[in-house]
Design a protein around this ligand. Structure first.
Ligand SMILES: *[C@@H]1O[C@H](CO)[C@@H](O)[C@H](O)[C@H]1NC(C)=O
Ligand SMILES: *[C@@H]1O[C@H](CO)[C@@H](O)[C@H](O)[C@H]1NC(C)=O
Ligand SMILES: *[C@@H]1O[C@H](CO)[C@@H](O)[C@H](O)[C@H]1NC(C)=O
Ligand SMILES: *[C@@H]1O[C@H](CO)[C@@H](O)[C@H](O)[C@H]1NC(C)=O
Ligand SMILES: *[C@@H]1O[C@H](CO)[C@@H](O)[C@H](O)[C@H]1NC(C)=O
Ligand SMILES: *[C@@H]1O[C@H](CO)[C@@H](O)[C@H](O)[C@H]1NC(C)=O
Ligand SMILES: *[C@@H]1O[C@H](CO)[C@@H](O)[C@H](O)[C@H]1NC(C)=O
Ligand SMILES: *[C@@H]1O[C@H](CO)[C@@H](O)[C@H](O)[C@H]1NC(C)=O
Ligand SMILES: *[C@@H]1O[C@H](CO)[C@@H](O)[C@H](O)[C@H]1NC(C)=O
Ligand SMILES: *[C@@H]1O[C@H](CO)[C@@H](O)[C@H](O)[C@H]1NC(C)=O
Ligand SMILES: *[C@@H]1O[C@H](CO)[C@@H](O)[C@H](O)[C@H]1NC(C)=O
Ligand SMILES: *[C@@H]1O[C@H](CO)[C@@H](O)[C@H](O)[C@H]1NC(C)=O
Length: 378
């Protein structure tokens, strides 16, 4: 190829790569699925799939205004990548290789999603975009979260027909440090458009066929260290069969099940270690839209949170709801599903999770999940 031809080819290739819209959203797509992202927190802002009638629904939470994400005082970590250690660290402290590290406590007595300079408050670099994929990278300096050593992390989101793939890779080239990532995805499979609905999540069904054990948690949703078997029809039983999210709402302990004043779910369940590789570990579905979502992951546990702390004052997006109605998200209006490892295992050496959570020079952290979308009758 002559140089002039090369320039034309290169310019054409660049033109074919999606650039962000005026509001900063990057759009990628594949048959049956379309997704939008912003560099702030490597966030998924919109995820469109077809419902049982072929109508496109935006099934994740988020804001119309992309400038609001960084200033939102609630910071619900909407479909973002929190880190370097997702979820709670008890008492905001842990000891690694005989050194005790103290973190900023931002969730009662505990640290949630790593405190200051956490990954979900930072603008990631976009490193690659195609029509069906986007990659982000973040360099997390030593001690930015009170944890030792620099961490380099990248996330690649890619679409295939009806499928969203997520891959998170990280290294800690200088020092051993805890790493625990997740994609903190909030779903509402009816996109708040169910006309007979009070907009709660309770009619969605969840099936977690391999989640037979639960981390018992204290009043601040921090695991105590006890891992209990989940009994059939017990409050956390999503393994014996798909259950509606309110199936246990009449249990006396449903009310404070996820901490004081928190009803429903905000807990960590462990998958069977002998589950088949590549198995579907979670299926979320809604009979109204007919949409069902299957999660596969290389992670050994999951956090489910049924949005108890929504205060009813935040609005959903204009891509959701019913025209002419208000847009307020009620308490219990969504579910966050976060594949990850055991919460606060850095304070529970008896769980033996060190190889899954502590990474240093030469080690590779590799988190991988996918969501496959379909409809209940398919
Ligand atoms: C990406 O999409 C654009 C617009 O639909 C199209 O023109 C272009 O050929 C696509 N590029 C690739 C590599 O498929
Ligand atoms: C978007 O949010 C930013 C930050 O809160 C605010 O300054 C701006 O006015 C908002 N824009 C719209 C159109 O609401
Ligand atoms: C946190 O501190 C309390 C009181 O000092 C103690 O009982 C508890 O074991 C500590 N928890 C962790 C996870 O370190
Ligand atoms: C931690 O301290 C113990 C007891 O002093 C010592 O045996 C061990 O080698 C130390 N470990 C590291 C990684 O420094
Ligand atoms: C995360 O870091 C930001 C920026 O340093 C800080 O404002 C925020 O409070 C931190 N978030 C949490 C949940 O600690
Ligand atoms: C983005 O890349 C620039 C240039 O390499 C670098 O200076 C900056 O620290 C990076 N930002 C993040 C969040 O990693
Ligand atoms: C690490 O960060 C913490 C909290 O941000 C701070 O208190 C501490 O002084 C820092 N340590 C070092 C060695 O810079
Ligand atoms: C992430 O790591 C895995 C396993 O080491 C590797 O196969 C994959 O190519 C990496 N992906 C990216 C985007 O770097
Ligand atoms: C929830 O499901 C029940 C049947 O289990 C049905 O009677 C009810 O109408 C549904 N509610 C909504 C809001 O879809
Ligand atoms: C909202 O609807 C769900 C599902 O039908 C039901 O479980 C819940 O009790 C209702 N809540 C209110 C406040 O009406
Ligand atoms: C939990 O179930 C496993 C497998 O069924 C069993 O081996 C174990 O003893 C049970 N643990 C408790 C505390 O009941
Ligand atoms: C809870 O109990 C009430 C009263 O017995 C009953 O009407 C309701 O259907 C029950 N809800 C569920 C989810 O089982």
């Amino acid at each position: 190829m002559k140089y002039a031809q090369y320039l034309v080819a290169a310019a054409t290739a660049v033109a074919a790569v999606p650039s962000p819209g005026a509001d900063g959203r990057y759009t990628i797509q594949a048959p049956g699925i379309r997704a939008q992202f912003i560099p702030y927190a490597a966030t998924l802002t919109n995820l469109f799939v077809k419902d049982k009638n072929g109508i496109e629904r935006d099934i994740v939470l988020g804001y119309d205004n992309t400038s609001f994400y960084p200033v939102d005082p609630g910071h619900p970590v909407y479909n973002a990548v929190p880190g370097r250690y997702a979820n709670r660290i008890g008492n905001g402290t842990f000891t690694l290789d005989n050194v005790t590290y103290n973190l900023v406590k931002n969730d009662g007595p505990n640290t949630l999603h790593s405190g200051p300079n956490n990954w979900s408050y930072r603008v990631w670099n976009v490193t690659d975009v195609t029509n069906s994929s986007i990659s982000f990278h973040l360099s997390d300096p030593s001690n930015s979260t009170g944890m030792p050593g620099r961490v380099e992390v990248s996330v690649t989101y890619s679409l295939e027909p009806n499928k969203w793939n997520i891959e998170i890779n990280a290294t800690s080239p200088e020092h051993r440090t805890p790493i625990q990532a997740t994609q903190h995805t909030y779903f509402q499979l009816d996109a708040f458009a169910n006309p007979s609905n009070n907009r709660t999540i309770w009619n969605h069904t969840l099936h977690l066929p391999y989640a037979k054990r639960a981390m018992i948690a204290d009043q601040n949703a921090l695991p105590t260290g006890v891992i209990a078997n989940i009994s059939k029809n017990g409050i956390d039983d999503f393994w014996t069969a798909p259950h509606k999210l309110d199936f246990a709402s009449n249990h006396s302990d449903f009310e404070n099940h996820c901490g004081t004043g928190c009803h429903g779910y905000n807990g960590n369940l462990a998958f069977d270690n002998d589950r088949p590789k590549g198995a579907v570990v979670a299926t979320l579905a809604s009979a109204w839209s007919g949409i069902k979502a299957d999660l596969r992951t290389n992670q050994d546990a999951i956090v489910i949170y049924t949005c108890n702390w929504n205060d009813g004052k935040t609005e959903f997006k204009s891509t959701q709801g019913i025209a002419g109605q208000d847009k307020f998200i009620p308490r219990d209006g969504c579910i966050a599903i976060e594949a990850q490892d055991y919460v606060d295992a850095v304070n529970h050496p008896e769980w033996g999770r060190e190889k899954k959570q502590i990474f240093g020079p030469g080690d590779k952290y590799h988190w991988q999940s996918s969501w496959t979308f379909g409809t209940l009758d398919s």
